[in-house]
Design a protein around this ligand. Structure first.
Ligand code: AMP
Ligand code: ZN
Length: 488
């Protein structure tokens, strides 16, 4: 079987995955900025990396998965200007900045739990690692690749570019990058247009501030990931991930900071997930098209026709490869809901399937195809197509149209356990709107039992009345040799 192949943004090639220190794998993913609720687009990125983490674990790697929480250093402008997002939100909600951080961190965890994501091994915060960031900035200054102006420290991109390739991650030359940026004004403290802040001087009104060799201030956004990934995963680690929108600035600057500090490339494989879009436009807080997972679960949003269970949404995301865009629509979600229910229904069928002494299918081959799909850059889309082959086989075997031996059935159960539950992270108990379904199932068991008792006691008037009343409520009963079944 082919080894795991990963598309590396840095080299723009698919490469065989060879961890630096097997079986250990270091995985760092840029986490959320916790000044507001995460929207479904953010969730797509975190769910994609959850699948990648799950698959690495499934292959037997010992993964240290670090996903940070950005709780400081995020200004509104992307050029080190504007208000601090946390301070602004704190004022608006009349809370302490740290209350904002706590509120939205807890909300983020709740949402990811709904989507059945595994927690990271370490979840470090920017505010908990101020001294590490200061140390790193001191090293970059000592190497002559940053400068201080009135209490703010800037990274010197032009000077850095004499020695290193600044635009390597997006494969762009310095001149091209310069073309895309504004001229510096007379007020600017920066030497060059691409320079970015490592440390920002506090204004009198700045609430979140720390003392540093350059006076009171707070760290820039990019330095936190360089400092924390280095602390927990070492100078150079295996995989760094995030959404594609982070490539051009945040991740480009992370590479520059690490190289400027200790002269090594920080990351072997850069992985980027593509965006969730709505009518072709990227879902984002600023575009106003970002609905919250809770709105999706309840259907309480103008873009939604109704609510969808978290596992249906997770399945919907897994149906598209993580490097392709995924466009949100009600129709697509409804199709995913049907597909998800078929997948789960057929698992129930599989559990009660009768073995035959001969076999008409090559289940081992199907299992290999599942691995091949995942080993080809985590192609969950193809994996799911193979899982629907399993569904077809199970249903045909159940209809006695083909034969499966006990070992075929056991292998199909293993495929479900490994790929559906373990790697895709889907849960069985979430078919439809799970809690209501569970209650309804219990009530229906009871009602059918009552009806059976009425029939046994020859009270046909009552048994027919129960059947008709249920039909009027939209529930159809089918009487068979092995008892009665029902459907909505
Ligand atoms: P933020 O909280 O804005 O820093 O974003 C957290 C993560 O969500 C980052 O990795 C972003 O790249 C990612 N992200 C933001 N918008 C989208 C989107 N529409 N689709 C997928 N990922 C997104
Ligand atoms: Zn980051």
């Amino acid at each position: 079987m082919q080894p795991l192949i990963i598309y590396n943004t840095l080299t723009r090639k698919k490469e065989e995955f060879t961890p630096m220190n097997p079986p250990f794998v270091g995985l760092y993913v840029c986490g959320p900025t916790v000044y507001s609720d995460v929207h479904l687009g953010n969730c797509r990125t975190f769910i994609s990396f959850d699948m990648i983490y799950r698959y690495l674990l499934h292959l037997g790697y010992k993964v240290r998965y670090v996903r940070n929480i950005t709780d400081a250093g995020h200004l509104e402008g992307d050029r080190d200007e504007g208000d601090d997002k946390f301070a602004k939100k704190a004022k608006l909600e009349q809370l302490e900045p740290m209350e904002i951080v706590q509120k939205y961190t807890l909300g983020f965890h709740d949402v990811l739990r709904e989507f059945n994501t595994l927690p990271p091994s370490i979840e470090p915060t920017a505010t908990g690692h101020i001294s590490e960031q200061i140390e790193m900035i001191k090293e970059i200054l000592a190497n002559g690749l940053a400068y201080e102006k009135n209490g703010t420290v800037y990274f010197d991109v032009e000077k850095y570019s004499k020695e290193f390739n600044y635009g390597q991650l997006t494969n762009r030359k310095l001149e091209e990058l310069l073309e895309g940026t504004r001229e510096l004004g007379g007020q600017d403290e920066k030497h060059g247009r691409l320079d970015f802040a490592l440390w920002i001087k506090a204004k009198p009104e700045t609430l979140m501030r720390w003392n540093s060799p350059w006076g009171w201030g707070f760290p820039g956004w990019h330095i936190e990931c360089s400092a924390m990934s280095r602390k927990y995963l070492g100078d150079t680690f295996d995989i760094h991930g995030g959404g594609m929108d982070l490539q051009a600035t945040h991740h480009t600057n992370e590479i520059a900071q690490s190289q400027a500090c200790y002269h090594k490339a920080p990351v072997k494989y850069w992985l980027h997930t593509n965006m969730l879009t709505v009518n072709g436009t990227r879902m984002s807080k600023s575009a106003g098209n970002g609905f919250l997972p809770q709105e999706l679960f309840t259907g309480n949003h103008k873009l939604l026709e109704r609510g969808y269970a978290p596992m249906v949404v997770r399945f919907f995301m897994m149906q598209t490869h993580y490097r392709s865009t995924l466009d949100f629509s009600n129709e697509a979600l409804q199709a995913s809901e049907k597909g998800f229910e078929r997948l789960m229904e057929s698992y129930k069928t599989l559990l009660s399937l009768q073995a035959s002494d001969k076999s008409d299918e090559n289940i081992k081959d199907l299992q290999n195809k599942c691995y091949e799909a995942m080993n080809d850059d985590f192609n969950t889309s193809i994996l799911i197509a193979h899982l629907f082959d399993a569904v077809r086989i199970i249903n045909s075997a159940n209809d006695k149209k083909l034969n499966l031996t006990q070992s075929d059935i056991d292998l199909l159960k293993k495929i479900y356990n490994d790929f559906v539950f373990d790697v895709l992270g889907l849960k069985q108990d979430d078919v439809g709107n799970s809690k209501l379904d569970t209650a309804l199932n219990k009530v229906m068991d009871f009602v059918l039992d009552m009806r059976q008792k009425a029939k046994t006691g020859k009270d046909f008037k009552l048994s027919d009345e129960i059947r008709d009343k249920l039909l009027a409520a939209g529930i159809q009963i089918k009487d068979g040799k092995e008892g009665s079944t029902w459907k909505i």
